[in-house]
Design a protein around this ligand. Structure first.
Ligand code: 5RP
Length: 327
């Protein structure tokens, strides 16, 4: 494999470049922030000043991996790559783009003979050490060409036991990378992965919240139980049915501070949960857990809290119940 280009050296892109460099793959890297380029160059990449320079520095046939926030930044980079790349080259979007955008872009790039792959990339800030789970959409040819890149980025088999009765299926899946289907399939699978992530996170958070409040003054005294949720999260990591990486991360955070005081309780979102719920509506598939998890994030923001005010107004209206104005 010749050099690969990496565009965007944020939390994900820089470590993707580093993991490839560690595997012996040469990389040409660019970020619009020059300060982000230098540390990756120090780790062995070749830095360039702009996207044009990146494409010029790569030998045909090229592969350029864009790892930018979804939306305008990614769209602009892919559009410019469409102008710069030559027939046979491959443009990759490894971010969290909506899969419908992939279908449109792939058609636009195909008209110029440029291949396009959408790659859902999971592993977060731990990917450098643990590897990245890759969910790939696009034509089989470019996927096969980049197989060594995917193998280097993926976690590998590790110590995960083999799933019985998988004989005859693609081995690379067990190493952590999957060609999910045609254009858009990679980001579709990643979108739903993130929707599931919301649901799992929400379930853990609600369960721990219940235990944290098991000594609530709402309960009669003889029913109040004090629970150390940092220890509960830790013990659940060991052989329980709910073991998971999300639980590992939760246990680590609770060990540091059982009150999680550095967080406000306001939970953001980057869009994939919303798209998952939209997908559920468009396909008439019932997804109540994923939807509730998304809506719970919205509620966490307490912006205006108008619904609560409306409820109080109705309670006041029909029952004379008075609720004090928030202080
Ligand atoms: O893709 C990811 C994890 O798989 C990203 O961390 C993403 O930001 C998570 O989604 P959100 O920001 O909406 O919680």
């Amino acid at each position: 494999m010749t050099d690969i280009g990496i565009v965007g050296l944020g939390r994900m892109g820089a470590n993707i470049a580093r993991r490839l460099l560690r595997a012996g793959q040469s990389c040409v890297v660019w970020d619009r922030d020059p300060a982000a380029i230098a540390p990756v160059v120090a780790d062995g990449a070749r830095g360039v000043d702009d996207l044009d320079g990146l494409v010029a520095a790569l030998a045909p046939t090229r592969a350029v991996w864009v790892m930018l926030p979804h939306g305008d930044a990614t769209e602009a980079a892919i559009r410019r790559l469409g102008e710069l790349l030559s027939p046979g080259d491959i443009a990759i979007d490894g971010g969290n783009t909506h899969w419908k955008d992939d279908i449109r872009r792939a058609a636009e790039l195909r008209a110029k003979g440029v291949h396009y792959l959408d790659i859902g990339t999971s592993g977060g800030v731990w990917g450098l050490e643990r590897g990245y789970c890759l969910m790939i959409g696009g034509e089989a040819g470019p996927v096969a060409r980049l197989a060594p890149i995917f193998a280097a980025l993926a976690p590998g088999r590790g110590d995960i036991p083999e799933t019985p009765r998988r004989e005859g299926r693609a081995r690379n899946v067990e190493e952590g990378w999957l060609h999910c289907g045609g254009h858009g399939a990679g980001h579709l699978v990643k979108m739903v992965h993130n929707g599931i992530e919301y649901g799992m996170m929400q379930a853990l958070a609600e369960g721990l919240d219940l235990l944290r409040h098991a000594d609530s003054p709402e309960l009669p005294e003889e029913h109040r139980i004090e629970v150390d949720i940092a220890d509960v999260a830790e013990v659940w990591r060991r052989g329980s049915v709910v073991t998971s990486w999300l639980l590992d991360l939760t246990a680590a955070a609770l060990a540091e501070d059982p009150d999680l005081a550095k967080y406000s309780g306001r939970v953001g979102d980057s869009g994939e949960g919303r798209w998952t719920v939209q997908q559920a509506v468009e396909t008439a598939v019932s997804a109540p857990v994923l939807t509730a998890a998304l809506f719970s994030r919205f509620a966490s923001r307490d912006e205006g809290h108008f619904a609560g005010k409306a409820l109080s107004a109705m309670r006041h209206g029909f029952g004379g119940h008075l609720e004090p104005k928030k202080g």
